[in-house]
Design a protein around this ligand. Structure first.
Ligand SMILES: [Zn+2]
Length: 417
């Protein structure tokens, strides 16, 4: 089937972006962005936005691009500014550079041979059958594809272009926010929050058709230090307190039913993540996660009580506990602004898109935005199997996501500010 000009633009853009090497490096801590290629793509996108005629752009040397398309509402009517966000970097779980995307037009419904070694099977990817006769993009089996998040980037850019060209689409101020180093977890550390006006921001960083994510974990890292009393082992009776034994007793007391390997869905957990020590001193790091902040705090309190119990069981030994909150469930910010999700649901209904609302058992850049007071749910982009050589993207779903973005913009444009 012949592609529409919009489909062509979206596909070409996606293919162009994925071929630029933008793998980020979580081990680099003294440079933003962590890799040079990310800046190349950011500059390329900046130039494209300039070519569209979007003049209000802020290019931050730390690796952020913020472009603002001014309102075209008649009579100077003012509504809330909304934003859309995507990241240019790719993960490093498998090779993220040297991507050679392959287009499959009119997919035949069979397993897809990536190369002589790897096959994308229908058995492992039942969603493939939804795209028989449609256009897919796959890898050559040696790298990831980078639909995470260049599908999101291509979607945002194609919509920006369409809004500039089609004056019949009425909208308020819209911000396009492009970031780097999302995959390192530190991408938002230097985010120039003062440069944006958005009252809410949708991240285009989700996966399969219809996915909408408004909740992520609350996360904290707890460092527990066990201090013992070392003594010559031959004369240790009644004198030595072994901190390694204290630590193992502490870990063994954690409920196994609240571990990552025993939980899914909305259940939170304790995870003993790292341990190091000698009889004198043992340091343990735990990750605590829960969607409900009270439940996370309950677990922190359990650790404090457990520390006291261990001290009672090992007279002379001591336990200190330090908690650090790493990120918070973005839903706490979103639920104070119910219209942010209502905009997506209503727009999806208008377009006949069926949404699947999911929780993220992890964090996102949206969580960091939420901490800054900006509600930021995450929307699907049409990519599958992120961070792997089996990554693939479906053009029809990228188009659906673009239509949804446009409809959300129209929705907010129709409200009173
Ligand atoms: Zn991503």
């Amino acid at each position: 089937m012949e592609k529409t000009p919009f489909e062509k633009d979206l596909l070409d853009r996606f293919l162009r972006y994925v071929q630029i090497d933008t793998m980020s490096d979580p081990h680099v801590t003294d440079r933003r962005p962590t890799t040079a290629g990310q800046m190349d793509l950011l500059r390329m996108v900046d130039k494209e936005l300039a070519d569209f005629g979007i003049t209000d752009r802020y290019f931050d040397p730390n690796g952020y691009l913020i472009a603002r398309l001014p309102s075209n509402l008649p009579g100077g009517r003012v509504v809330k500014t909304i934003g859309f966000m995507a990241h240019v970097d790719t993960a490093d779980d498998v090779m993220g550079n040297g991507v050679k995307p392959r287009i499959i037009d009119a997919y035949d419904g069979k397993d897809i041979l990536l190369n002589s070694q790897y096959t994308l099977s229908v058995e492992d990817n039942p969603a493939l059958v939804d795209y028989i006769g449609k256009t897919l993009v796959v890898t050559d089996g040696t790298t990831l594809l980078g639909a995470d998040d260049k599908a999101g980037l291509a979607i945002i850019m194609s919509v920006a272009k369409r809004l500039v060209e089609d004056h019949s689409i009425l909208h308020g101020d819209v911000e396009f926010i492009i970031t780097t180093d999302e995959e390192t977890g530190a991408g938002m550390d230097l985010f120039p929050i003062k440069k944006i006006n958005s009252s809410c921001c949708y991240t285009l960083d989700g996966g399969p058709y219809g996915e909408l994510e408004a909740e992520c974990f609350n996360a904290s890292t707890v460092n527990v230090t066990f201090t013992g009393v070392p003594f010559h082992l031959g004369a240790a009776r009644g004198k030595m307190v072994n901190s390694v034994t204290m630590a193992t007793r502490f870990i063994a007391s954690l409920p196994q039913s609240e571990s990552p390997e025993a939980t899914d869905g909305r259940y939170g957990y304790y995870c003993a993540h790292e341990i190091q020590g000698t009889a004198e001193k043992t340091e343990l790091t735990l990750y605590l996660r829960d969607f409900d902040l009270d439940q996370l705090k309950r677990r922190i309190n359990v650790l404090v009580q457990l520390g006291k119990t261990i001290e009672a069981l090992f007279p002379g030994g001591s336990v200190t506990i330090e908690n650090k909150f790493v990120y918070y469930n973005m839903y706490d910010t979103i639920k104070k602004n119910p219209q942010v999700l209502e905009a997506v649901r209503e727009s999806a209904r208008t377009l006949g898109i069926v949404l699947h609302e999911k929780v993220i058992r992890g964090g996102t850049d949206g969580a960091r935005l939420a901490e800054l007071g900006i509600p930021a749910p995450n929307i699907f982009t049409g990519g599958h199997n992120y961070h792997s050589r089996f990554e693939w993207a479906a053009l029809p779903t990228m188009v659906s996501a673009a239509n949804l973005v446009q409809q959300i913009i129209v929705y907010w444009g129709g409200l009173s500010g």
